[in-house]
Write a protein that binds this ligand. Structure first.
Ligand code: NAD
Length: 420
């Protein structure tokens, strides 16, 4: 495994994870090679007219990693550091995430190398529409369905949906998810990731022997996923939120914070920092806070070999993608900490994206409580499946989730056979 201070090629990590699971379940070299290669990759270089009349050429990728289980699904990110290997890794991880929650999708991911902070709204719109038209031959409701990711949002999805619809000559809402509700978005999508995370924590706590009612919770990253998870644990399960943070710093209050009041303070001031009655803390202190449940909901590579033995929580629920390094996983497992891995703990988002797509292609929309009930069923079943594999094989939950996911992809591949 790479050391935490060395640069990590995410695709090498993704392939190493496949090898670990393939060894564990005894996969032959042929199927292993299939799993270690992206099925389809498209790189496009395309010009965009800038506001000052000049042209700039941007590079974008779309990788469809594996489609054995259905059309591929995955977000599009706009970031200066996007690379093809990063997009490949993210597409592989989407394949496993969709398989863990057993929704009928393969995995994909897209990215455009750009810095949206230095582009105007109109430039981002033109870039999005041109990128969408460049990848149009390989996306579609039956083929590959993009969604928002880093620095893309519901407006970006509305532009992609419109561009694709213009090329087709009719409206195709099911080509993307994460759309505004007025264009065929789903009720409940906005809070689905945090809600799914709260359900999985509830289920895991029963196996850990922890009562969520009264349990203390620390949240690193009080954004969309983190604040929703905190609010729901507080409102619906009676948990005590003792520490939260954002990019500006953290706050701690051992007798409990009202997360709604913290959210209002963050909306007013731009940060959780300075919340009346709470002590300031660094992000490191939030991770190591005295709490029963820790929710990393901000960035990758937060729990490392250096701090894993200082984590006090009994449950670590990864709302963020990739917050725990592999060597830290082993330390936490050996210390008896239950880690709910990202492919399970934040899969509520892609699950409700799947519901959005299902509603779009039926042309029939569900009420919020129906969306939430279906999400709850999916998360409960997925947690139970992962827990069963972990118990049977005596491995930690991340390995168990990968075993479950990769086995499902392998089963689909074997049943379909190798063409011709
Ligand atoms: P967001 O931008 O709404 O929230 C991120 C939060 O993290 C913000 O409050 C930000 O201030 C904070 N943050 C940034 N740097 C930090 C730092 N160094 N220390 C502490 N906090 C810091 O984003 P989000 O949608 O909530 O996504 C958060 C994580 O969840 C990401 O890893 C994302 O990939 C993952 N995720 C989100 C969804 C979703 O549907 N929103 C789905 C799956 C996974």
């Amino acid at each position: 495994m790479p050391k935490s201070d060395q640069p990590i090629n995410p695709f090498e990590t993704a392939r190493r994870q496949i090898d670990i699971v393939a060894d564990l379940i005894g996969l032959d070299s042929g199927i292993r090679e299939v799993l270690k290669h992206p099925k389809r990759e498209l790189t496009v270089n395309f010009p965009v007219r800038m506001d000052d009349g000049s042209y700039r050429v941007f590079t974008g990728h779309r990788v469809q990693y594996n489609m054995a289980r259905g059309p591929t699904k995955g977000g599009i990110r706009y970031h200066p550091q996007v690379t093809l290997d990063e997009v490949r890794a993210l597409a592989a991880w989407m394949t496993w995430k969709c398989a863990v929650v057993n929704i009928p999708y393969g995995g994909a991911k897209g990215g455009v190398v750009c810095d949206p902070k230095h582009l105007s709204h109109a430039e981002v719109e033109r870039l999005t529409r041109r990128y969408a038209s460049e990848i149009a031959p390989i996306i579609g409701p039956e083929m590959d369905i993009p969604a928002p990711d880093v620095y893309t949002d519901s407006q970006t999805m509305a532009w992609i949906m419109d561009t694709y619809s213009m090329l087709k000559g009719y409206s195709v809402p099911g080509v993307v998810t994460g759309k505004p509700i007025s264009l065929g978005g789903s009720e409940g999508r906005g809070e689905a990731t945090g809600r799914g995370c709260a359900y999985v924590i509830r289920e895991a706590s029963k196996d850990v022997g922890l009562k969520v009612k009264g349990a203390s919770v620390a949240v690193q990253g009080f954004g969309n996923a983190g604040s929703v998870a905190a609010n729901l644990l507080y409102d619906e399960q009676g948990a005590k939120i003792v520490a939260v943070s954002d990019s500006k710093g953290g706050i701690v209050k051992t007798d409990g914070l009202n997360p709604h009041a913290v959210e209002a303070h963050k909306q007013k001031t731009g940060s959780v920092v300075g919340f009346p009655g709470a002590k300031s803390a660094t992000n490191e202190e939030i991770l190591e806070a005295k709490a029963d449940i820790l929710i990393p909901a901000a960035l990758e590579n937060q729990i490392t070999a250096k701090n894993a033995d200082k984590i006090q929580a009994k449950i670590v629920a990864e709302a963020a993608n990739g917050p725990t390094l592999p060597e830290a996983d082993t330390i936490l497992f050996e210390r008896g900490v239950t880690v709910l891995p990202d492919v399970l703990a934040n899969a509520g988002g892609v699950t409700v994206s799947y519901f959005e797509w299902a509603q779009d292609i039926q042309g029939y929309y569900w009420a919020l409580n129906e969306v939430n009930q279906r999400l709850e069923r999916t998360m409960m079943k997925s947690y139970a499946d992962v827990h069963q594999v972990a118990t049977e094989r005596k491995v930690h939950n991340r390995t168990a989730a990968y075993v479950l996911a990769i086995q499902r992809v392998v089963d689909a591949t074997r049943l379909r056979g190798i063409y011709p």
